[in-house]
Design a protein around this ligand. Structure first.
Ligand code: MD3
Ligand code: FE
Length: 211
């Protein structure tokens, strides 16, 4: 499922790893993205959100765009405002929107209009347990994710938690697009192990159409 090759630009490589699940290796230079992340974090700080049983996530998160994903003792939801400041989340930078739309189109998903961008930050040892992304209204819309900084090992499962996992290394600048029959796959990120001499932090952007 990808568009016919453009007459005007050479196509970026796009590898379909499962039906509806695409890897765009080294799709983007991430230096400018980090500058934008710093500007966002200055307005709406990274925080370790609460999950069930009084625990907090090891991944630190914040958001930009009209809607932001939050987790608290009362569950998961998309909200218009940051519960820490009661102010709207920072605007989604135009460069983020352009990147998300270009990646989605490269994987064959036209007209992707994300209204939420979750920004994750992994320090050494941080991990994300196996989960599905199902808090969005229209599960027919894809999700686009961008890996920045330290490499991580991504886990790709099936539609049931019990299905076997494939692991996939994700490097700086890699973009994933998943939709169609892969939209509800279980997935997670193994504990970050930064390599000596490389960056010690990983960031990940996930672009979603929440509402
Ligand atoms: C979902 N983030 O924020 S994104 C999340 O690297 C999240 O921070 C991870 O999962 C991160 O919800 C992974 C990439 C991803 C890749 C493949 C998937 C998410 C996926 C396949 C199916 C569903
Ligand atoms: Fe997820």
């Amino acid at each position: 499922m990808r568009p016919p090759s453009s007459l005007f630009e050479p196509e970026a490589p796009c590898i379909e790893l499962a039906e509806g699940f695409f890897l765009l290796p080294a799709f983007i230079d991430t230096a400018a993205l980090l500058t934008q992340i710093d500007l966002i974090a200055a307005q709406t700080a990274f925080r370790h959100m609460q999950v069930g049983g009084g625990k907090r996530m090891s991944v630190a998160m914040t958001n930009c765009g009209p809607w932001g994903w939050t987790s608290s003792s009362s569950g998961y939801q998309y909200s218009r405002t940051d519960p820490l400041t009661d102010r709207p989340w920072p605007a989604m930078p135009d460069s983020f929107m352009a990147l998300a739309q270009k990646a989605a189109a490269t994987a064959g998903f036209g007209h992707f209009e994300p209204d939420a961008c979750l920004v994750n930050r992994y320090a050494s040892g941080a991990s994300l347990g196996l989960h599905q992304d199902r808090d969005e209204q229209d599960l027919g819309q894809p999700i686009v994710s961008v890996s920045i900084g330290a490499a991580a090992t991504f886990q790709l499962g099936g539609l049931k938690r019990s299905e076997p996992l494939r692991t996939l290394p994700l490097h700086d600048g890699d973009v994933l697009v998943w939709g169609g029959p892969s939209r509800l796959r279980f997935h997670g990120v193994q504990a970050l192990k930064p390599t000596a001499g490389g960056p010690d932090t990983r960031h990940n952007l996930t672009f979603r159409k929440a509402k």
